[in-house]
Design a protein around this ligand. Structure first.
Ligand code: PBG
Length: 325
């Protein structure tokens, strides 16, 4: 039986019908909003490559958190700019550094936001790499303890979820052990499991001031050509104790996202990264694309591919477009 009996257009005739049969829901509480905190007071500086995204001091950050909460967004993920960088990235685990103070401030304000922290060294090291460097090489094992210390300092500040993004082998296990040994068995781990070596992190490196000072991240982040390897990374992270896993970036890796969704039963996140956001913003500013339609289509595609939730710089705009706040 086919045309003229079958007419798929019958179910597209009105918004009521379309919404009744829509397969992929998109809600503000599927979003995590990434934020950048820096030292100082009353600082709010827009990131040139990411319109609408700011580096801000903890006081101004807290104001924006209230807005994020009002919009019904599920939570935030925090990145920090240290007051000084060194070889080992020691401000990554300093109790009074911007991220730790920001976490404590949101918790003290009792905002209804899940607080995630990105665990990595690249924002804190003078060389901009995600681990300890010796003779031009990023060393795996000596980095693990530093990452565990950073995660622990976030847990002490009150983080609900720590999210290691460095791509060292064994970091999830090292972090889990450190948390458990210090009374933080309830803090969960969202592992950036399938994190690819991507050009789409370009704008973020301006926001987080974390561009590598030599070389690139190919020796630890994944090769964009590999999909099966993503499943291996995911499996290993789950064995080490990850509670949730992530695929990053999102758009160029929707196939990987779908494969991971099929392979595991834990929640799967996707990071709609800086470059994906900035492309939409730039095209919209040039009048080449409708920002709202493009962003909503992208976010829907990421959910449709299998993400349970999305880390996205579009979160506030999307929540507003969907009628929140
Ligand atoms: C830190 C980290 C990066 C991102 C999240 N955590 C940058 C990188 O790996 O270079 C990228 C996020 C984005 O582009 O929005 N390692």
């Amino acid at each position: 039986m086919s045309f003229p009996i079958q007419r798929p257009r019958r179910l597209r005739r009105s918004e009521g019908l379309r919404s009744l049969v829509r397969e992929t829901p998109l809600e503000a509480d599927d979003f995590i909003y990434p934020m950048f905190v820096c030292p100082g007071k009353n600082v709010r500086k827009e990131v040139g490559s990411m319109p609408g995204v700011f580096q801000q001091s903890v006081d101004r950050f807290l104001e924006e958190c209230r807005e994020v909460e009002q919009l019904g967004i599920a939570g935030i993920i925090l990145f920090g700019l240290p007051s000084k960088k060194d070889e080992r990235g020691s401000e990554a685990w300093a109790a009074e550094a911007p991220v730790q103070r920001a976490v404590a401030a949101v918790k003290k304000a009792k905002l209804d936001l899940v607080v995630l922290t990105d665990v990595c060294l690249c924002e804190y090291t003078s060389h901009g790499h995600c681990g300890v460097v010796e003779n031009g090489e990023v060393l795996n094992d000596p980095t693990l303890d530093l990452l565990a210390q950073a995660a622990l300092s976030h847990a002490r500040a009150g983080a609900d979820v720590v999210a290691p993004s460095d791509m060292m082998d064994g970091r999830v296990g090292a972090i889990r052990r450190a948390l458990d040994a210090n009374g933080f068995a309830d803090v969960s781990i969202l592992a950036y499991s399938a994190k690819y070596c991507s050009a789409f992190y370009g704008p973020f490196r301006e926001a987080a001031e974390s561009a590598p000072q030599f070389g690139d991240r190919r020796a630890y982040q994944m090769d964009p050509a590999n999909a099966r390897e993503a499943l291996r990374e995911v499996r290993l992270d789950l064995e080490e104790g990850a509670d949730m896993v992530m695929v990053k970036p999102a758009l160029p890796y929707l196939d990987v996202l779908r494969a991971v969704r099929r392979a595991v039963s834990v929640p799967v996140a996707a990071y709609n990264v800086s470059g994906e956001y900035s492309m939409v913003k730039a095209a919209a500013r040039n009048g080449w694309m409708d920002e709202r339609r493009a962003a909503m289509e992208i976010l829907t595609s990421i959910r449709r591919a299998g993400a349970d939730f999305i880390l996205t710089y579009h979160a506030k705009d999307a929540a507003r477009w969907m009628g929140g706040g």
